[in-house]
Ligand binder design. Structure first.
Ligand code: MF3
Ligand code: CO
Length: 290
């Protein structure tokens, strides 16, 4: 790569001079890199046009989850949820990012009770009163990706399950408190892990979040059991998901070998997860999809 001079147009295609755009940030990143920190590749730092695109995609994703909230009910199958998500996404001009992704057969992941993630919607999985279900929606809209998920409680749910769902939801906010430029991904990870443990639950280690925007899954891998001051440096323009999986019992998980996707808890106890797509800004963060 040719060295950019201060008066050259910025690499982000903003049209501004480098010195008026990403120059200072690049210099700062370089210092961290020289100190041995993991720093994001330029390709992970979104331009303002890309950010606008991801924001629009995220609006569709959020609207689809709102639509699910209005319609989800006991007696419905997770196959019905799949149709709700698929239809609503198309009505809003997007397409599901999960359909056909590495062979995933449906337009959404639906994970019930002891399922941790990547549950495959099916006509014979009927939601019943007392169930907790994660609906994980991912959208491709005008070339940009977004990803968020929520827990839905079906009718009256036990206090035990309600608390799990609540702690998993709060874990997102605890993580977001650390989401600002010049912090590290590990700051988010440790804050979440500490919070979840202090509530007597555990965080899944093997599966995490990811960069997103231009692709469905980009670098970095986002762990929620990482340590403060480690992992990738957060810089303005980085977009990734926060999506810790919180287990009521032990952290261990198993993959369903038959369908190749669905992850359940090893001990059979329940699991909950919420997910947001977040942008790191100059002053903190912006939620792109929730
Ligand atoms: N939203 C999920 C995630 O990124 C999608 C997993 S890929 C799928 O964590 F094929 F299972 F949908
Ligand atoms: Co995700």
């Amino acid at each position: 790569m040719l060295k950019l001079e201060r008066n050259d147009p910025c690499w982000c295609k903003s049209g501004k001079k480098y010195k008026m755009c990403h120059f200072n940030m690049d210099e700062r990143i370089k210092l961290y890199q020289q100190n041995g920190c993991i720093v994001p590749d330029r390709r992970l730092i979104k331009s303002s046009a890309q950010i606008d695109g991801i924001r629009e995609s995220g609006k569709v994703n959020t609207a689809v989850l709102d639509y699910v909230a209005e319609h989800i009910n006991a007696g419905m199958s997770t196959g019905d949820i799949d149709r709700l998500v698929s239809d609503r996404t198309r009505e809003l001009g997007g397409v599901s990012a999960t359909l056909g992704y590495e062979g995933f057969p449906k337009s959404v992941c639906t994970s019930v009770n002891n399922e941790v993630c990547h549950g495959i919607p099916a006509e014979d999985v009927i939601l019943k009163e007392g169930d907790i279900v994660n609906v994980d929606v991912s959208t491709l809209f005008k070339g940009y990706f977004s990803d968020s998920s929520r827990m839905y409680c079906i009718g009256a749910v036990s206090d035990e399950r309600k608390r799990l769902v609540d702690v998993a939801r709060k874990a997102i906010d605890v993580g977001l408190e650390q989401a600002r430029a010049w912090n590290f991904l590990g700051d988010i990870g440790q804050a979440i892990d500490d919070f979840v443990r202090s509530n007597g639950y555990s965080v899944v280690k093997e599966i995490g979040g990811h960069g997103i925007g231009n692709e469905f899954h980009e670098e970095p891998f986002v762990s929620y059991v990482s340590k403060k001051g480690t992992e990738m440096l957060l810089v303005p323009g980085l977009v990734f998901t926060i999506e810790p999986m919180v287990n009521m019992g032990k952290a261990g998980v198993v993959l369903n070998k038959e369908n190749g996707w669905t992850v359940t808890t090893k001990d059979g106890k329940d699991s909950a997860q919420w997910e947001v797509t977040v942008l790191i800004t100059e002053n903190g963060y912006e939620i792109m999809a929730r």
